[in-house]
Design a protein around this ligand. Structure first.
Ligand SMILES: Cc1ncc(COP(=O)(O)O)c(C=O)c1O
Length: 301
């Protein structure tokens, strides 16, 4: 089991510089990091992950992310390798080693290194990998003009509540959206919108926000939790009910949300304008509150 994958030098991946990553207990330069080719994450996509935004050197909504990690691990019958405080310390070290500021942290836990077999190995330590990526600031164009989406059949499995590293269906859907000239796919299961290929989704009708309920057909987004609590704070009604595909064309507003993209207004769906064809009033209200919450986080309040 000595075989390892040597990461391609960062320069070959078009990355600006070598970053520090965390691999199985060690902080190490990304161009020196190695993992076994027998890792079940590599061979079977057998693992779970989190993406955590970092603003001003501090993780945003860390408790929510660590809690979802616990649920994902339990969902795939894996033990959590670290206690919350240990995760926190490791993440803080990685943030500091990579210069603080704004970052997108990625962490994954896979079932570990074992001879390839569908059945789980016994007594194998999980593999833990963490890296950081630049957190792209939202462009002015997205804020003023919104993004494009297409509807596609939700071809994923029945456990979309688990943040599993096996993302081939999501990847195929996002690629199909891209090839159709869109930024995101809104997924339709049994005639109802579940979520985006890499985001939660929302529709606004007459000032009321509709979003699919938390169940096995959506990922319980941390940003979704923030959006719902901001809406409550602002006195905007939220209905946790999936919207039918047929009703989507009549929505006043459509949005998607994720930790790295925040809340984005969709202004074109399947080539047709959504509502007035520009980011809507309810989105503007929620986005302003979201930005305020981020600023408070950066100020440490
Ligand atoms: C399928 C899917 N749904 C929802 C989300 C949003 O989750 P969060 O707000 O926690 O980033 C993501 C994020 O990557 C996702 O991949």
């Amino acid at each position: 089991m000595a075989s390892t994958i040597r990461y391609i030098a960062d320069a070959d991946l078009g990355l600006k510089s070598v970053t520090d990553v965390f691999v199985n207990g060690d902080f190490i330069a990304s161009d020196q990091a190695t993992v076994s080719v027998f890792d079940r994450g590599f061979l079977l996509g057998d693992g779970v992950y989190e993406v955590i935004p970092v603003y001003a050197g501090r993780c945003f909504k860390l408790a929510g992310h660590l809690n979802r990690l616990k649920n994902s691990l339990a969902g795939v019958k894996m033990a959590n390798p670290y206690k919350d405080q240990e995760w926190e310390a490791l993440l803080d070290t990685l943030i500091t080693r990579n210069g603080g500021g704004d970052q997108a942290l990625y962490l994954q836990v896979s079932r570990g290194v074992a001879p390839r077999d569908h059945v789980f190995p016994e007594g194998v330590a999980p593999s833990v990998f963490m890296m950081t990526n630049p957190l792209q600031a939202r462009s002015e164009q997205v804020k003023t003009q919104g993004i494009k989406a297409v509807t596609l059949a939700d071809s994923r499995w029945q456990r979309c509540d688990i943040k599993a590293i096996s993302l081939l269906p999501n990847s195929l859907l996002k690629q199909e959206a891209k090839e159709a000239g869109a930024d995101e796919a809104l997924l339709i299961r049994d005639g109802f919108m579940t979520e985006g290929s890499a985001s939660n989704s929302y529709a606004v009708f007459d000032g009321v926000i509709y979003t699919a309920p938390k169940n096995n057909h959506i990922l319980p987004g941390i940003t979704r939790d923030v959006v719902l609590s901001l809406a409550k704070q602002a006195g905007i009604e939220v209905v946790e009910e999936a919207v039918s595909e047929a009703r989507l064309v009549g929505a006043d507003e459509l949005w998607v949300s994720s930790s790295t993209k925040e809340v984005l207004p969709i202004t074109t769906l399947n080539g047709q304008g959504v509502g007035l064809g520009k980011p809507g009033k309810v989105w503007q209200q929620i986005d302003a509150l979201y930005q305020q919450q981020k600023r408070r986080h950066c100020d440490g309040s």
